[in-house]
Ligand binder design. Structure first.
Ligand code: Z5A
Length: 213
């Protein structure tokens, strides 16, 4: 059986990075070999593309340029990191994947969903997360959490209405694929979020033969 490929999604400051450390620790405590990676990024070249995407610039960034760069970095990442890790038996936990392109470029920027779907099929074909954990959070709370940072990247400086569309885009995807999506109420304390993650991961761990999860 192919090891699980799990993606983590959500808006700004929703606690993805914080929780990925917890998930990794929990899996490792079960003796699971796992790879944590992220998008855009995950290989040297894909991280270079990430820099291109997130740095501020005077030149207007065309939304389709942004979309194509997201998928260019994804192809590099899928072929060089995700597929080999799964083939070697590792569980893969990815901080954002293609659902982010639907949420940010599709719902957020209003790009053609059918075109994004065709890119998805071309770029990663049969490889899709078996579970997507969505950290859902009121955007104002997320912004306040993220606001404690020293600086914001290019996408983070978008308007609140953009981030509201992104949030609704994620919730729409979750509604369309309830078997794959698990929604975490990210407004709760870090400890309460961890308890939600325990419940989300338990059936998968049991199904894969790791005790009672
Ligand atoms: N993007 C895209 O447009 N299209 C795509 O296809 C892909 C990505 C793949 C980079 O993503 C950008 O790329 C992102 C989407 C776009 N753009 N934006 N904007 P990223 O994942 O690297 O960056 P991010 O979304 O900005 O991550 P983030 O803001 O760092 O969020 P986070 O990882 O979810 O949050 P965190 O760092 O874990 O937590 C933020 C703070 O809140 C921190 O101080 C924590 O200690 C605190 N925190 C966390 N959890 C809690 C709870 N439960 N209570 C209280 N405080 C908490």
């Amino acid at each position: 059986m192919t090891p699980p490929f799990i993606s983590i999604e959500g808006g700004e400051g929703a606690g993805k990075s914080t929780s990925i450390d917890y998930i990794k620790g929990k899996l490792e405590a079960c003796g699971i070999d796992c790879l944590v990676t992220r998008e855009p990024g995950g290989t040297q070249m894909a991280e270079d593309i990430r820099q291109l995407l997130l740095q501020h610039r005077d030149e207007l960034v065309d939304p389709y340029t942004e979309l194509l760069l997201m998928f260019a970095s994804r192809r590099q990442h899928v072929e060089n990191v995700i597929r080999p890790a799964l083939a070697s038996g590792k569980w893969v936990i990815c901080d954002r994947f293609t659902d982010a392109s639907f949420a940010y470029q599709g719902f957020g920027r209003g790009l053609d969903q059918a075109f994004i779907t065709s890119l998805k099929h071309f770029v990663h074909g049969d490889l899709n997360p078996i579970m997507t954990i969505l950290f859902d959070l009121d955007i104002e709370i997320g912004m306040a959490r993220a606001g404690k940072r020293a600086s914001f990247d290019r996408i983070e400086t978008e308007a609140m209405s953009f981030f509201e569309r992104v949030r609704q885009g994620y919730l729409t995807q979750a509604k369309a694929e309830p078997d794959r999506y698990r929604i975490v109420d990210a407004s709760q304390s870090i400890e309460a979020v961890e308890r939600q993650l325990d419940l989300v991961l338990k059936p998968l761990l049991v199904h894969r033969g790791f005790g009672n999860g």
